[in-house]
Every structure is written in C-alpha cells, then in structure tokens.
Design a binder for this molecule. Sequence first.
Ligand SMILES: Cc1cc2nc3c(=O)[nH]c(=O)nc-3n(C[C@H](O)[C@H](O)[C@H](O)COP(=O)(O)O)c2cc1C
Length: 327
Amino acid sequence: MRSVYQRLPRPFIAAAPMDDITDTAFRRVLRQASAPDLMYTEFAWVKGLCSSKPTRSRDRLRFHPEERPLIAQLWGRDPEAFERAAAVAEQLGFDGVDINMGCSVRKVLKRGAGAGLIATPELAAAIISAARRGAPSLPLSVKTRLGLTEPRVAEWCGFLLRQDLAALCVHARTAAQGYGGDADWEAINEVLALRDRLAPETVIVGNGDLASAGSALQLHPRYPVDGFMIGRAMLQSPFALSRGPEASQRAVEVSGLELYRRHITLHRETWRERRSAGVLKRFVRTYLAGAPEYAELRRALLLSRDHDDMLALISRAQTQQNPPLPA
Ligand SMILES: Cc1cc2nc3c(=O)[nH]c(=O)nc-3n(C[C@H](O)[C@H](O)[C@H](O)COP(=O)(O)O)c2cc1C
C-alpha cells in the first residue's frame, strides 16, 4: 500500500506538533477550520507508552478518526522503548511514526533526547532502526533542526538522509537558537540538494516562521519542498492552515466564537479532570483576536475558572449577538 506521504498533494501543508496545543480537541477544530493535509500528535515520551496504564504519554496519542492522516510523534533516548512505543502507535492506527530530534527544551536536552540526539548520531541511528522494527508497516520520519549549536546541514541532515527515512522535517534553526533569530530557509534548500543526491525517495518538509498556508505556497518556487509545516501561526488563527481563498471562505462559514465553543466542549469531553481548562486560555486570542466587541469577553475568559465557566461566557456573548426573536 502507498504510504501517506505518497498520497498527499505537493506541496502539502502540515500542522506542526505542539505540546499542550495540538491535542485531539484542537486537531478536530483545525480539521474543521483549516483542513490541513497532515497533522501530528504532541510529542509522547516513549517510556510512558511502554506501560499499559493510562499515562500522560498515552493521553498524547488519543485521537479521533476524523483527524487522520495523523502521525504519532515520539521522544526519548532508549531504542528498546522506541521499539515498543512505535508498536503501540501502529496498533492504535496512526498513519506514521515521527521521531523528535529537534526539541530544544532544557528538560529534554538534558536527558540527551530531542535535539540532544544530534550529538549522538549512532544512538539516533539505533533509535531509527528500533522504531522501524516496532512499526514495520508505517512510514518513519524524523523532525529535527539544522544542528545543535552550529548549523551542520551536510553532516547531520546528510547522516539522517542515509537512514532510509520516508520523510525528514527540518525546523530551519539550530537548537541553541531556540526560537530566536530568523529561520534559515536557504539551509532548507541545502537539505533538498542533499536529498536529491543521497535519498531521492525521502520527502522533505520545511518548517520555521511560516505565517500561513497561503504565504508558504508563495514561497514554493524559491524553496521547493514537498511539504510545509506550520506551528505558531495556528495560535494566531485557526484558519492559518487553509489554502488560499478557502481560508476566507471558511472564516465566513464558521465564526471564531463557534470554533472556540467547540474546542472547549471537545476538551472537556476528552479530558475531564485529566487536563485543566487553563490551557484553553492560550486560545483566547486565536479565536477572538482583533475584534473590539470581544474585549470584555476576552478579559472575562482569562479570569474564568473552568470549562463550564468558559462555555457560559461564550453562550452569553452569542445570545447578545443574536438575541432570541420576540414570541
Ligand atoms: C508551545 C510549543 C510546543 C511545541 N511542541 C513540539 C512538540 O511536541 N514536538 C515537536 O517536534 N516540536 C514542537 N514544537 C516546535 C514546533 O513544532 C515547530 O517546529 C516550531 O514552532 C517552529 O515552527 P513555527 O515557526 O511555524 O512555529 C513546539 C513549539 C511550541 C511553540
């Protein structure tokens, strides 16, 4: 059977994995608002997936079929745990497994995981082989950065391209940069040239500072990647991942207020007490940015206590907008 990457349009638009942001609830909203071609889970710790207990890592792999195509992203540093975790992802029905070799959060780097693996290529290769053994029927990809402290495109990305990956996603910064400075898209073109030479079958996904699907597609002649991955712009607008004119069309069909209501409802249904409603406050500006009539509502939502509180505030605002007709 053809892998998910062969079925996607070119260039495809992918929603980046984002911890505490792209959970199953937000992905369902994104599917409705933006219809991205591909989505990823938040990163899930491989050791947490080795237990059959309901761990936080298991939570990160929860999904609804409407989110597919969907890739499970894994992080850690123990090849054996990667093998078992990849098997779990295969069993759960994901469309692919992605290994995180790009996370620059201190807690992850300190353990030698995420972008820390850039310093230990032999271990990185062992992890790739182990994940492949665990999920032999799924396409395997790596998401990484240009290097640890300095860009090492030929050395590091070249090394990864020799591992027979289905896809390689590159966030065009070093780990030391975190999110500072500009993403170096010329380096993505270097990755493309390496790919053509070393691994013509490997799909290249470019990531870093893209403002929307529309602006990414305009960059395609200069940076002819197979796919664009968009992260933080999703927090600016749930429509950011829609292609061209579709974006404004969707925005007319469904209001930010209605999407926020759906997000909160799905979040409450999915997580109940397992995840607090507090994370939903990050989305106040995502759904209600810029609209002066929502200034009061935005403030009230930021002070709200729980899901019910948030939903009541939104209902009240919707009633004020569309008062019931007199009997
Ligand atoms: C809050 C937050 C959480 C993130 N979580 C993950 C993650 O779980 N896995 C991952 O590979 N990258 C993660 N990233 C990195 C993004 O996937 C992406 O590579 C980065 O934000 C650059 O893309 P952008 O400029 O479009 O945001 C995260 C980024 C942010 C801001």
